[in-house]
Design a protein around this ligand. Structure first.
Ligand SMILES: [Zn+2]
Length: 308
């Protein structure tokens, strides 16, 4: 009986904290993490004359400047400000762990990851002449020699023709993984003020429930921002390939960050005019401004309490 009573109080306490958390989240865009994809020694996709990692850095820097100007109350951090990855990071997997750790340790409320797309080239063949092939039929005295003309081919690659923008959220079936990170990344928030050890700890079940609530909320917020960003690209006159869910290595960072997280592919490296656009000051400023407008709208919706 006493146990039951405790459990009921526990559930009420949990609901109360949950509500408090939702309330607190209404004006909860306090820290934005901007993550320029890749970084040397990992250049990312290569175009005719430029690297993905340099473009993402240039756009991210412009975005950060704009965010700081337009949202002075919001702390904006970059995962890297240099062409190189920091420290001894050697590969994409290590770098992704570091990105997620950086975002989680800095208690980001939003993670914006910037990348450039790459359309794989396809191999085709064309007939460049013919040769004579000899073959035999029958056995013994019936054995006959024949010849046949067969085409000779030359193989060539055709660059991918895809172009446009697309923005990713993590695959919904990865919610369990996201939930683990959510549960492990901000435990102190579950116990009251940071560093206040006098507040009783939740059981792991209760923590898990809270982490589930947050993960769902983070997912719908990520989807909202992703849609707002693509809307802005379209307004700019870009071709939008839409909002997508992806579950590849590069996307791991989206479910390893305990906050709403999106990854925006700002164009195709393999499309010559998009490579030019993404390398131009004007293009970079437009892309940064498109993302900024989306974040401003996202914040307005959050602050107005229109988003759960
Ligand atoms: Zn990339």
């Amino acid at each position: 009986m006493k146990g039951n009573f405790r459990r009921i109080i526990g559930v009420f306490f949990l609901l109360f904290c949950g509500l408090g958390y939702v309330q607190a989240q209404k004006s909860a865009l306090r820290t934005i993490i901007v993550d320029p994809g890749h970084g040397l020694p990992d250049p990312g996709a290569r175009g005719k004359y430029s690297n993905e990692s340099d473009i993402t850095l240039a756009v991210a820097k412009k975005l950060v400047d704009k965010l700081r100007d337009s949202l002075p109350g919001v702390k904006v951090l970059m995962t890297r400000t240099d062409r190189n990855l920091p420290g001894r990071l050697e590969n994409a997997a290590q770098a992704n762990r570091w990105r997620a750790k950086f975002a989680n340790e800095n208690h980001g409320d939003l993670f914006i990851c910037i990348h450039v797309n790459d359309a794989p080239s396809t191999t085709h063949r064309k007939v460049v002449g013919y040769r004579t092939k000899v073959y035999y039929t029958g056995k013994g005295s019936k054995r006959r020699r024949h010849t046949r003309r067969v085409p000779r081919y030359s193989y060539y690659k055709v660059a991918g023709t895809a172009h446009g923008t697309e923005t990713y959220v993590w695959a919904v079936r990865k919610n369990d993984s996201k939930q683990d990170f959510v549960q492990n990344s901000h435990p102190e928030e579950l116990y009251g003020e940071k560093g206040d050890s006098s507040v009783p700890m939740f059981s792991s079940t209760e923590e898990k429930i809270l982490a589930t609530i947050r993960t769902k909320k983070f997912f719908s917020r990520s989807l909202l921002l992703a849609n707002l960003i693509e809307e802005q690209y379209v307004k700019q006159g870009r071709f939008s390939r839409g909002v997508k869910q992806r579950n590849e290595v590069g996307i791991w960072v989206l479910h390893a960050t305990a906050m709403p997280s999106i990854l925006t592919e700002i164009g195709f490296m393999t499309d010559r005019s998009e490579e030019d656009y993404m390398n131009s000051q004007g293009g970079q400023l437009q892309i940064a401004s498109n993302i900024l407008q989306a974040v401003i709208k996202y914040k307005q919706l959050l602050d107005a309490g229109n988003v759960h």
